[in-house]
Ligand binder design. Sequence first.
Ligand SMILES: [Zn+2]
Length: 334
Amino acid sequence: MFVADMHCDTISRILYSQEAEEKKKQNLRKNTFHIDLEKMKQGDYLIQNFAMYINLQKAKNPFEECMKMIDVFYCEMETNSDQIAPAKSYQDIIKNHADGKISGLLTIEEGGVCQGNLAFLRDFYRIGVRMMTLTWNFDNEIGSPNIYWTETGEEILYGQPNLKRGLTPFGIELIREMEQLGMIVDVSHLSDAGFYDVAMYAKKPFVASHSNARAVCRHTRNLTDDMIRKLAECGGVMGINFEPKFLNVSMPDEKIHATIQQVVEQIKYIAFIAGTGCIGLGSDFDGIADHDELLNASFLPKLEDALWKAGFGQEEIEGIFYKNIMRIYKEILK
Ligand SMILES: [Zn+2]
């Protein structure tokens, strides 16, 4: 079964490994991470979204950091052009596949790199960015996230959602410009208030590239039933995230385990709430703790088997694995 995965942090991992000492350097062809070309081939990947993940508090200059990461993305695409090629449109994905290549879609996970300036958004579009996660876990010029931190910088698990601070006036302008350009709006990490602002102002489908259902696992990175229904009504898709703490609630300090069955339970629940048409994959590979059973990209066929066993049909599984998000690529990417 083809795979279209809406989110991974592999490029940032590669960049940081290349900035480290020689023997730790890694690349996309074959590495010790969750995603490399060999594992993607085993997993039957059609397309992988590669997020330029930026931590606003750690990056000295977030814009420069993003530009460095985009260079790593293109260097990897060029070095491995026998197996993978960048895609900027639906037609590119189809052409790459016909040429026997996986597609790589360039995305940004931190709209703060636009620095409140639509000119930079347009520049990012021009260099191939086709999806942007409006916020990561910090406030930016666009809006506010759903995560809280202690004074010492620890994430507060299972806190209250942020219902007050949504999109800023610039954030509203930005999503209009993104839609105009043909860039997909991604609400993963965004506050609940921001989600509802996007649902109100967006004229096209948007995605939650790597978020699960909150009713199944009460982490605020996951979406409520109402948000899932709104997303589905807008024609959007949510990518199922394999991060153990978004699948399974545990006690503090306890090691969280994650099974394929928990991923299936998420999918079953979302299908029950809003149908399978809004479900996609958003593994978050290389940005998450190890899943105990979906160890890396080569393990995706095991999820397909589990969905068959859970009673899903061919069309539903194809939708979840790649067709639902391909519909959005076709509608939005230019
Ligand atoms: Zn993320």
